[in-house]
Design a protein around this ligand. Sequence first.
Ligand SMILES: [Fe+2]
Length: 291
Amino acid sequence: METSPKFRGFQVVPLSGSLGAEIIGADLSAEITPELARDIAAAFRHFHILCFRDQALDLDTYRKVARLFGPFSGNPIHVALPGYPEFVRVVKEPQQDGPTFGGNWHTDLSWFEAPPKATMLYAEEVPPYGGDTMFANLHLAWERLSPTLRGMVAGLTGVHSGYGAYGVNAALKSVKVVDEGWEVSRAEVEHPLVPRHPETGREFLFVNPNVVRIKGMTEAESRPLLDMLMQAATRMDTTCRLAWRAGSLAVWDNRCLLHHAIGDYPNFRRVMVRTTIAGDRLPAAKINAAA
Ligand SMILES: [Fe+2]
């Protein structure tokens, strides 16, 4: 990223040189002025993932903050909180074993016709150490590919399905899924492998485990290319790492980032409340791959 911009209503502490920032000094439970909302939106476009520290949010206040970023995307696979259909509580108990919710590099619900614009997580209870989340910048992943590879990949279409992710979630203890999710998640949806960001116009490499194949290729033919692009997308120098504290609220761009929850906190409890924000269909990039 170029030099960090300055904002009036809060301080910004970048999380790495590639993406992400902590936001210090903004109280989201107080009135959010149009100026503050504009600055938050500008910081979000610049850093792609923001973490607001030291927030005291009940679900009604969290809902108000979420609406700053847009309407709820819908979530057809997880059981929501009573009276709050947009929120899912993810609870990992101290002695709970098995896989971690979100414990791989992924994008949330990319198999929607219009993938969610953003995901938000609020930390209600966190372990004394561990339980961080990593993020990877898919703009940088695209820009750091060689011109020859960009030329090969530019016009391709990814076929996304949520079926595998639903299966993984159905086996978890920390979150509940709805039975109909098996059928809903089976749908296949096509997105450009290199879309333009709907708000900024900047290209990004839209790869994640929901991409089951490249359109026009078999799964076996697609796999090596998709695996190689995932490797490129998760190079250490495209990432940042967020260490949670109770009261941290993170919001990240779910299209142009991958994220990965690290399950390294056996014997500790961790409670997070998640919501997702509606996005737009992703337009294909107009690419001069040699540029
Ligand atoms: Fe996720």
